[in-house]
Design a protein around this ligand. Sequence first.
Ligand SMILES: [Zn+2]
Ligand SMILES: [Zn+2]
Length: 181
Amino acid sequence: MKCPRCKAPDLKPTLIEEYLPAMGCETCHGSLVSLLYYRHWAETQKLASSPDPAATTSSEPVATTDTTTAIVCPKCARVMAKYKLTGTIANRVDVCSTCDEAWLDGGEWELLEALQLSHELPAILTDSWQRRIRREQSEGTRRSILVRMIGEDGTVRVEEFKNWLGRNQHKSHVLAYLYRN
Ligand SMILES: [Zn+2]
Ligand SMILES: [Zn+2]
């Protein structure tokens, strides 16, 4: 099996974590993870360890090498689907749903750990997670346009007014009043 990024070197069996096997590339440090193994590993990890928020929080930026172009599954040669992790991080995980395999670029596992998402891959790969990210991004974009026009102070005032209006039973009358002025 060839590395989907470097094309040339053969992937070699490796361990991402204890009890989590993968096929790794020694050149780009990416790895192909069987989601079947991964789910089993994530389940046992959740049972074995109680969450320790202090231990995994990292303020250090994690160096990664995200593949932005489409890559094909090393097993079946189909184009892998890309899944965003969060709305603020550009890295995407490549997944082949046919083979149930995920490709993590070099450093992306460490990034998942830093984001406390290393147990959450199945959730990340759902439509609802991806929809939420798109919604957050479009809200973020609209807000930054507003900030550029009326500044942060003005934007905060608009948001306060919007929240107040959302709770007000005369919302439509207030809006009609504003439109007329
Ligand atoms: Zn490689
Ligand atoms: Zn495949």
